[in-house]
Design a protein around this ligand. Structure first.
Ligand SMILES: Nc1nc2c(c(=O)[nH]1)N[C@H]1C(S)=C(S)[C@@H](COP(=O)(O)OP(=O)(O)OC[C@H]3O[C@@H](n4cnc5c(=O)[nH]c(N)nc54)[C@H](O)[C@@H]3O)O[C@H]1N2
Ligand SMILES: Nc1nc2c(c(=O)[nH]1)N[C@H]1C(S)=C(S)[C@@H](COP(=O)(O)OP(=O)(O)OC[C@H]3O[C@@H](n4cnc5c(=O)[nH]c(N)nc54)[C@H](O)[C@@H]3O)O[C@H]1N2
Ligand code: SF4
Ligand SMILES: [Mo]
Length: 698
């Protein structure tokens, strides 16, 4: 056979890099960056480049499996689907629809057809038990957008063409390629921004991104709100865009009052930053007038997530930077086109919370993932359909999550590989991977760095008995007497494009044109000026009451400046728990507990030595790595590994943000001691669980 080249895009992360994939029959021969892609221009990272190997991994899930007498055994699709649908029906009849839930997570965000079908199945069953990884990632961002603008889906984006000052707070895009905003080809993009003006990075690590910045400040973890409050206070005193404030905002006096206590001395004491650095930052903002600024998980996972995000938005408003050139634009989405729709008003109110944790908020049709294990233990949730997620390693306390998941009557996992979660499943459903399905980047549409989209056909047909995730949900729905497909299509005959045509039919360019384009389709480079005049909230709300209230409750000084705090981070070769085994096997990337040499020395720890990291909630073992670039008083442990599982240090009960249900995952107090002794929070193993701890009725 002869080789064929396909244009497609990577769906591991939101940079959605353009790819050229060569196939020979059903064999994926090679993967390379697409040099003709207008945004990513041939760039890929190691994850994208590993896609051929990923597709052919010998451990890929190829066959449906059903747990019988404690063991997962291979069955045919109809048998699996009949069994699963039958159990779901019985559970709904017995316990009501909320007993059935979904956890649709990271990989589902890159599979809009699959995710939509899953969400519809749950909605049409009448269940409220929808969970995702969003509530352990960044629920504060949509909340701030809602409270300040009246619409949770407002996504500010950097103005790569005109911005001269860029502030990056708790994000390391050189590794992550962006948090809620893609930063494709990050090194080149940051160099361009720095060449045009200044890039400031606030991070307790001297990160790969900080190395490209013009200035790096390392505030104490969890104190970003203080830096931002100080900036807002200073700018309100001198340098504010008063015309913009008068015309488009409300609450400037309340904002001024809220940030008033963050004077130079208080801020320096709170953050540990020298006053002179704070002065320099204020002067930079005044000098440039407008700026762009983004936060990442270093902010969104901290206890001051909401107030920090708010104060960054407030700074951008006080400087008149939002929705204008040289500041930031709001991404309306090539496919979702918010700029051509009337936005419905959201008023910040929460939906009812989970039954076992009524104090936690429901928002945007979802319950906080922090409540998932508790809802199972309380008997409220009896079946969970997991799609594109690995909750055992994503949620706090892996051992407790694993215990809860194994108590479920049904744990059906749609995945491409065996994981810590499939190991506990009653039903394993092998999914078509990213090269095996047609797609559009619909759910990351507004997170992209510019107005661009791309249709891809499947590069190869699904191998073995792998099936698209939408097909799985559609087959289940069909057996439950409901439909999740457009126009009531028959799940036996529908194809990927039927779903994509519906989902991708409201874009700048129609679906047929996208499909025929053979590659990315570019829109405007940025869309300025569409938000401020048509805000559902009328004017920008500078001082939303719940945030003013949260800020007032933050301490002005750290409780114990001598204690160590855990900070979250990511590594380049794996994405959350995905590919972590690979990067470990090749020895190119290992999980370490990184700390400053002086902190290590003070604890009798040397580089490469085994240490125990302990929080109030559990402990893990890791290898110590001494690094001058790690701020004293912090220890950085990467996310995504089964061992050490950093979730062992977090809690789904203590330190939960009351407005969002977010789990505290950075700036967590910990201790580090030498020695490899036994750990209470040790990660669950991947082995098939024994019948004894897996009470399933066949
Ligand atoms: N290679 C790779 N890319 C990924 C992922 C991955 O696992 N690997 N995961 C993807 C996902 S799901 C997400 S959500 C995004 C996340 O994207 P980012 O938020 O950019 O994630 P990180 O690279 O972890 O960068 C977070 C930074 O915050 C810093 N930090 C920690 N605590 C604090 C704090 O209190 N204050 C401040 N100022 N900084 C702090 C950390 O030192 C770290 O450098 O990345 C995505 N991309
Ligand atoms: N302590 C601590 N906890 C954290 C974090 C942290 O930094 N610290 N980070 C948090 C964040 S930001 C996030 S987003 C969550 C991550 O939470 P999850 O999204 O649950 O984690 P992933 O490991 O990305 O799981 C994705 C799963 O999708 C599977 N998959 C890959 N491709 C496909 C596909 O095409 N189809 C299907 N059906 N499945 C596929 C993968 O094999 C993997 O099992 O964890 C959160 N938890
Ligand atoms: S940066 Fe890497 S993982 Fe992200 S889309 Fe590009 S190739 Fe894929
Ligand atoms: Mo995430």
């Amino acid at each position: 056979m002869s080789e064929i080249e396909h244009r497609t895009f990577c769906r591991f992360c939101i940079s959605v890099c353009g790819l050229r994939v060569r196939t020979d029959g059903d064999r994926v021969v090679s993967v390379a960056g697409d040099r003709d892609h207008p945004v990513t221009a041939g760039y890929t990272c190691p994850k994208g480049r590993s896609l051929a190997e990923f597709h052919h991994r010998p451990d890929r899930l190829d066959h449906p499996m059903l747990r019988r007498d404690g063991e997962l055994v291979r069955v045919e699709w109809p048998e699996l689907l009949d069994d699963l649908a039958g159990r779901l029906r019985r559970l709904v009849d017995e316990s009501g629809p909320d007993a059935v839930g979904t956890f649709l997570a990271t990989a589902a965000s890159f599979d809009p057809a699959g995710r939509t079908a899953g969400m519809r199945l749950l909605q049409r069953l009448g269940s409220r038990s929808a969970y995702s990884s969003a509530t352990v990632d960044t629920p504060g961002k949509p909340l701030v957008a809602e409270l300040m603008g009246g619409y949770p889906g407002l996504i500010p984006a950097l103005d790569h063409e005109d911005a001269t000052l860029t502030l990056l707070v708790g994000t390391n895009p050189v590794v992550s390629h962006g948090h809620l905003n893609a930063l494709p080809v990050p090194t080149a993009a940051l160099r361009r921004l720095a060449e045009r003006g200044e890039v400031w990075v606030l991070d307790p690590r001297h990160t790969e991104t900080a190395r490209l910045a013009t200035r790096h400040l390392a505030p104490r973890p969890g104190t970003d709100h203080a830096v931002l409050a100080f900036l807002v206070r200073s700018l309100l005193a001198e340098g504010a865009d008063t015309d913009f404030l008068d015309e488009h905002t409300e609450g400037a006096d309340e904002l001024a009052a809220a940030v008033d206590r963050f004077d130079r001395e208080t801020t320096a004491a709170c953050t540990g930053l020298p006053g002179a650095d704070l002065d320099d930052l204020v002067r930079a903002v005044r000098r440039h007038g407008r700026l762009g600024g983004l936060t990442g998980t270093g902010v969104s996972m901290s206890g001051t997530a909401n107030v920090s995000e708010w104060l960054l938005w407030a700074l951008l408003l006080v400087t008149g930077s939002f929705d204008r050139r040289g500041g930031m634009w709001f991404h309306p989405g090539f496919l979702s086109q918010l700029d051509r729709r009337r936005l419905r008003r959201y008023d910040g109110s929460a939906q009812p919370g989970p039954r076992s944790r009524p104090e936690l908020p429901g928002r945007y049709g979802e319950l906080p993932a922090a409540a998932l294990a508790g809802e199972i233990e309380a008997g409220n949730l009896r079946a969970l359909l997991v799609g594109g997620g690995n909750p055992v390693l994503a949620l706090p306390q892996p051992a407790a999550v694993a215990r809860a998941l194994s108590r479920l009557d049904v744990l059906a996992v749609i995945d491409v590989l065996p994981t810590a979660t499939t190991a506990l499943a009653t039903h394993v459903l092998p999914a078509a991977g990213q090269l095996e399905r047609a797609d559009l980047p619909l759910f990351v549409d507004r997170y992209l760095s510019t107005m661009v989209t791309q249709y891809t056909a499947a590069v190869v047909p699904p191998a073995a008995e792998r099936r698209p995730m939408w097909w799985v949900f559609a087959q289940l729905a069909d057996r439950l007497g409901i439909s999740v497909l457009p126009d009531g299509l028959d799940p036996d005959t529908a194809v990927d494009d039927d779903l994509l045509a519906e989902l991708g039919g409201r874009g700048r360019v129609g679906f047929a044109e996208l499909r025929d384009a053979d590659g990315p389709v570019l829109g405007e480079s940025a869309v300025h000026g569409w938000v401020t005049g048509s805000l559902p909230a009328g004017r920008w709300q500078l001082a939303p009451e719940p945030l003013v209230h949260q800020l007032a409750a933050t301490p002005s000084a750290p409780a114990d400046p001598e204690s160590l705090t855990l900070v979250a981070r990511r590594q380049v070769r794996h994405l959350n728990s995905q590919l972590a085994d690979d990067s470990g096997r090749t020895g190119r990337e290992a999980p370490a507990a990184t700390l400053h040499p002086s902190d290590a020395a003070a604890r009798g720890v040397s580089d490469g030595q085994a240490v125990r990291v302990r929080s109030a909630h559990g402990a893990l073992r890791a290898t110590a790595q001494c690094d001058e670039g790690q701020l004293g008083g912090t220890v950085s442990v990467p996310h995504g590994w089964a061992d050490p599982a950093v979730g062992s240090l977090t809690s789904d009960a203590a330190d939960i943000d009351p407005l969002t249900g977010m789990v505290l995952q950075t700036a967590v107090p910990v201790t580090v001691t030498p020695g490899p002794s036994d750990c209470s929070g040790s990660p669950p193993h991947r082995s098939t669980s024994s019948p004894g701890n897996h009470p399933k009725s066949p």
